[in-house]
Design a protein around this ligand. Structure first.
Ligand SMILES: [Zn+2]
Ligand SMILES: [Zn+2]
Length: 154
């Protein structure tokens, strides 16, 4: 977890008058330790339980809801049928996703042109962007070419 992330979490906890307890600390560690990792609530629960077996689902759901409300976690749809959570918007607030519908691989990318375009479109429609993210759903060229891909799951 970077210093910046830790400071933002502490600021949110201060704002809400919450103490940094051990169960909350475990969930934060699970959520923000692996840069680039998006997760579902179930996946986060597994990660948190690997750190501390006594992690409870109730605490996890409450903490996740708090982080979403505070803008530190973003809910995203990766086509899994359940909500995924993205911890990377703190470090890169304008990142986008390419989701491979063949292999479930998720690639984050930033692009100045898309960002400028999103600003222009939003302002033209009479709004100010609050957060911006584009998602591209794509087929895997490696799988098509070679019949296999390192990212293939199942
Ligand atoms: Zn992301
Ligand atoms: Zn692939």
């Amino acid at each position: 977890m970077t210093k910046e992330v830790r400071e933002k979490i502490q600021a949110l906890f201060d704002l809400k008058g919450l103490r940094m307890t051990r169960p909350r600390e475990v969930i934060l560690e699970a959520a923000f330790s692996d840069r680039g990792d998006h997760f579902t609530a179930d996946e986060l629960f597994e990660k948190a339980r690997a750190i501390d077996r006594s992690t409870s689902r109730a605490t996890l759901y409450r903490t996740v809801a708090l982080l979403v409300e505070g803008g530190l976690l973003h809910e995203i749809d990766l086509g899994k049928g359940v909500t995924s959570y993205d911890p990377n918007f703190i470090d890169s607030p304008n990142h986008n996703h390419l989701v491979c519908i063949d292999c479930s691989n998720v690639i984050e990318f930033e692009d100045l042109h898309i960002s400028v375009l999103e600003d222009c479109i939003t302002r033209r429609l009479g709004f100010t962007p609050a957060s911006k993210s584009v998602q591209i759903r794509a087929r895997c060229d490696a799988l098509k070419r070679a019949g296999t891909c390192v990212h293939l799951v199942d």
